[in-house]
Design a protein. Structure first.
Length: 255
C-alpha cells in the first residue's frame, strides 16, 4: 500500500519536467493519475513510458486557458472515478523578462491565463466537489519568482505572487471543511519552461539585471526533487500544513 493508495489525482502540465515526475511518483504510491497537457504527443509518450502503470494513468489533452476544456476534463475524471482527491496545478509559462513598461497586453494575458487563470478555474470547478466529499488537496506549483522581484519579468512575477495569494486564501477559507491548499516555490529547476521564452525579445539591460542573481544560486534542482515535495504535500504526512508556500531553492533566497 502506497502513501496515496486509492487516491485520484489530476495533474496539469503533466507531459514533461516537474509534472511528469509528479505523475510517476504518484503512480509509484498507488495513486490513479489523470494527466493533462496541451501537448498531446508528449502525453502519449508519457503513457508509453509507464506501460506497467497504464491502467492507473489516464492522459487527456487540455488547454487550461479554456474553461470548456477544463469542464470536460473534470467531467471525465469524475465520471470515470466518481471523485477527485488531489489537484496539482503545475502548468506554467515564462515571460521574456520584460519590465512593466515593455509588457504588451497580449503577453500579459498569455502569462496570466496559463499561470493564474487556469489554476483559478480548475480550483473553482473542484471546490464544490471537494466540499461534497469533505476532502480535497490542492498543490500549486509556484516559484520563488512569486516571493522575490528579480527572478523574471513583470508578468510572470505578478502571476506567481497572485498564485501564492490565492493559495493562502483558499487554504484558510476552506481549512475547516476538509480542504488543504499549498504551493511549492521552486528555484531554478531543469525543466522545459525556458522553451517558452523568446530570447530575441529579452533586452540586454533586463538580462544583465536578472542574470546577476544567478551567481548566488547554489545549484539547479531536478524535477524529481520537486516531485518528492509535491508527494509530501499530497500525502497525510503533511496533514497539518495548509495555506503554505514551501520554498525549494537550495537556499538561493536565503542570502
Amino acid at each position: 500500500m502506497g502513501k496515496l493508495n486509492s487516491k485520484i489525482a489530476l495533474v496539469t502540465g503533466a507531459a514533461s519536467g516537474i509534472g511528469r515526475d509528479v505523475c510517476y511518483r504518484f503512480l509509484e504510491e498507488d495513486c490513479v493519475v489523470i494527466a493533462t497537457d496541451i501537448n498531446s504527443d508528449a502525453l502519449e509518450a508519457l503513457k508509453k513510458e509507464a506501460p506497467h502503470k497504464g491502467l492507473r494513468l489516464h492522459v487527456l489533452p487540455c488547454d487550461i486557458t479554456k474553461e470548456r476544456e477544463l469542464e470536460t476534463l473534470v467531467g471525465f475524471a469524475i465520471k470515470e472515478h466518481q471523485h477527485i482527491d488531489i489537484l496539482v496545478n503545475n502548468a506554467g509559462v515564462m515571460d521574456n523578462f520584460e519590465a512593466i513598461a515593455d509588457v504588451s497586453n497580449s503577453q500579459w494575458d498569455r502569462i496570466m491565463n496559463v499561470n493564474l487563470r487556469g489554476p483559478f478555474m480548475l480550483m473553482r470547478l473542484l471546490i464544490p466537489h471537494f466540499l461534497h466529499h469533505k476532502y480535497g488537496n490542492i498543490i500549486n506549483i509556484s516559484s520563488i519568482g512569486g516571493l522575490q522581484g528579480g527572478r523574471a519579468g513583470a508578468a510572470y512575477t505578478a502571476s506567481k505572487f497572485a498564485l501564492n495569494g490565492l493559495t493562502k486564501n483558499t487554504g484558510y477559507l476552506y481549512a475547516e471543511q476538509g480542504i488543504r491548499c499549498n504551493a511549492v516555490a521552486p528555484g531554478a529547476v531543469e525543466t522545459h519552461i525556458s522553451d517558452s521564452i523568446d530570447y530575441s525579445k529579452v533586452s540586454k539591460d533586463m538580462n544583465e539585471l536578472l542574470i546577476a542573481g544567478l551567481k548566488l544560486n547554489p545549484r539547479i534542482g531536478k524535477p524529481k526533487e520537486i516531485a518528492e515535495i509535491v508527494l509530501f504535500l499530497a500525502s497525510e504526512d503533511s496533514s497539518m500544513i495548509n495555506g503554505e508556500v514551501l520554498v525549494a531553492d537550495a537556499a538561493w533566497t536565503a542570502y
